[in-house]
Design a protein around this ligand. Structure first.
Ligand code: ADP
Length: 613
């Protein structure tokens, strides 16, 4: 058989089928053909590098290992050339005319399984070389093998069933793929378009890529380097490039794992939480790579929702080659990735919290809401996340926080619950009536300042077998304290509480002597299990139903307090004024609880009381 003249070949039947779909499917991201061809070029260079290790005689042995992309806007062509391993005539036939290789095979298999109806199917597979026919009128592959003595050839096809091969003189080692673009794909012949695509998908390819004489990939795939050899500045530069960020990263985690998946990952926590600053909800933005080639810039499921603030890169060699470099449909694989990365990141945070508590506290101040969201909603990681929660408490200084584990370590043997109070700030909680009973008994109370905290505490429910309990709930039972001197007697208390209940009527569910008051005269406890005061405030802010239903409180009185002792005495002699005082005491308690909706009645009454002074 002569090899000197053009020879025509029919594509294998499967290739015809494949081409037909590639060409006719309405695949939106046509640009991936650039990535596919650059990846093939990079693979060919990698193979050459390996060959160089064992072979002495190599065609054009001194040629640089690089990828050259050129665009010609007039001729409407884009050319991708490499100095890689090249192909002999036989290899051209075998590699580009039959379907021995894996990616396309998997694609056809999926097609056979009824995928043909799914026009997006190509998007899920890299069909490698053949993707060029999405945009090509014709494709020419000039190639010369690394083996000395092998001449060069050019393979050409318009994708319609057959291809030709003929000898080509004066070729250097490697392959050069020249694509004559279809009329509607002329954009790919412009420098800016090619640059954009190369920067997006191939920024980290290890070999230099020159586009029209200019180097496009200058940043290294840092995640594959040994972390002991990477400088802080390099990490920062990488972060800024990869995350399109202007700040410095706050934390970083660079790790690799071998089992159950081979993963190299480089994750960053930015300096600021933009969601907290009022910007829109963050999109997942840790990108997925397979051997330095971008698979998906914003994959949805490789991290749980609450980690959406992370930036960086996850690279896994185990992304199956048969699904070659495209968005993967393999759910179980993504789940595995998710599991490994989340676990590792949680461990990292735990270590940070232990080894660098101040930095962790800073992180928590900025990004704590994501940890809370996870603790409340991510059942799988709830335990680890709960450990990462931090609160101010009645025992910490202002601005300093404690973990639940530390809280539990300070517990007395008899304390079965973890108490917390929600309020707008530390001063409000400390000056309110709820804390004093806990203080008097040396019970620590966690302080929660944010609207979501109550929801989080309700969802987390318990820690280390101890129930998380709102300290202002009516159900909380506190141990007896020694009876304070000078208090009203039990009988007097009974009389007074009965009188108060009668006087206040429907405004209170119950009136009783308090086991938690020390310095304040009264407090209101929420009698409604379903709706706490804070929840009610939130619903009111959102104009939700139910917010206006009258709230039922239990009123607790302090039998030692001067106001109540006096009320007991004057209740009969000055009935009118005593009634006003009772009403005012209830309103005072409601104000402390944040439950007084309209103060006008209260102010009018208070003025009346002041008249009598
Ligand atoms: P895949 O890359 O998934 O194997 P392709 O259709 O992209 O499938 O390529 C088929 C084969 O052609 C490759 O496996 C490789 O052997 C060969 N090939 C493609 N491009 C080049 C190139 N630039 N240099 C050398 N060989 C190549």
């Amino acid at each position: 058989m002569s090899t000197a003249t053009p020879q025509k070949f029919e594509f294998q039947a499967e290739i015809k089928q494949l081409l037909d779909i590639v060409i006719h499917s309405l695949y939106t991201e046509k640009e991936i053909f650039v990535r596919e061809l650059v990846s093939n070029a990079s693979d060919a260079l990698e193979k050459l590098r390996h060959t160089q290790l064992t072979e002495k005689e190599i065609q054009d042995g001194a040629a640089e290992l690089e990828i050259t992309v050129t665009t010609d806007d007039k001729a409407k062509t884009i050319t991708i050339q490499d100095s890689g391993i090249g192909m002999t005539r036989d290899e051209l036939v075998k590699n580009l005319g039959t379907i021995a290789h894996s990616g396309s095979k998997a694609f056809l298999k999926a097609l056979g399984e009824g995928g043909a109806k799914n026009s997006n199917l190509i998007g899920q597979f890299g069909v490698g070389f053949y993707s060029a026919f999405m945009v090509a009128k014709s494709v020419k592959v000039y190639s010369r093998s690394w083996q000395t003595g092998e001449p060069g050839h050019v393979w050409s096809s318009d994708g319609s069933g057959s291809y030709e091969i003929e000898p080509a003189a004066d070729l250097r080692r490697g392959s050069k793929i020249v694509i004559e673009l279809k009329d509607d794909a002329g954009d790919f012949a412009s420098d800016w378009k090619a640059k954009e695509i190369l920067e997006r998908y191939s920024a980290f390819v290890s070999f230099p890529i020159n586009l029209n004489g200019k180097r496009v990939n200058t940043i290294q795939a840092l995640w594959l380097r040994n972390k002991n050899e990477v400088k802080d500045e390099e990490y920062t530069e990488f972060y800024k490039f990869q995350a399109h960020a202007y700040d410095e990263p706050r934390l970083r985690l660079h790790f690799s794992a071998d089992a159950p998946l081979a993963i190299n990952a480089l994750l960053f926590v930015p300096k600021d939480n933009t969601e907290k600053l009022g910007f829109s909800r963050l999109e997942p933005s840790v990108s997925l790579y397979c051997r330095k080639v971008l698979i998906d810039q914003k994959p949805k499921d490789i991290l749980p929702e609450w980690l959406r603030f992370l930036k960086g890169v996850v690279d896994s060699e185990d992304l199956p080659l048969n699904i070659s470099r495209e968005t993967m449909q393999d759910k179980s694989l993504i789940e595995k990735l998710n599991k490994v990365i989340t676990k590792r990141f949680l461990k990292f945070l735990e270590e940070e919290a232990k080894n660098r508590p101040d930095a962790y506290a800073d992180f928590y101040r900025e990004f704590g809401n994501f940890i809370k969201e996870g603790a409340a909603l991510d059942f799988t990681h709830k335990d680890q996340l709960t450990k990462l929660l931090r609160f101010e408490s009645s025992l910490t200084e202002k601005g300093k926080t404690t973990s639940l584990a530390d809280y539990v370590s300070r517990l007395g043997a008899e304390q079965k619950e973890i108490y917390y109070l929600v309020g707008p700030n530390r001063a409000a909680i400390e000056s309110g009536p709820y804390l004093e009973g806990f203080k008097a008994r040396n019970l620590e109370v966690l302080f929660c300042y944010e609207a979501v905290d109550e929801y989080v505490m309700n969802n987390v429910r318990e820690f280390d077998g101890k129930k998380l309990t709102a300290a202002d709930h009516a159900d909380v039972k506190l141990a007896d304290l020694p009876k304070p001197e000078g208090a009203l007697s039990d009988d007097d208390v009974k009389t007074l509480t009965a009188w108060l209940k009668e006087t206040l009527g429907d405004r209170v569910a119950e009136v009783k002597a308090s086991d938690r008051l020390v310095d304040s005269p009264v407090l209101a406890l929420n009698a409604d299990k379903m709706m706490s005061p804070h929840m009610r405030r939130m619903m009111k802010a959102m104009n939700r139903d139910g917010a206006d239903s009258p709230i039922r409180v239990n009123l607790e009185i302090n039998p030692r307090h001067a106001v109540l002792k006096r009320l007991f005495e004057t209740r009969s002699a000055h009935a009118d004024r005593a009634k006003l005082v009772a009403e005012q005491l209830l309103d005072n308690a409601l104000i402390s609880a944040g439950l007084l909706d309209d103060a006008s009645t209260m102010v009018a009454r208070l003025n009346k009381l002041l008249e009598s002074v």
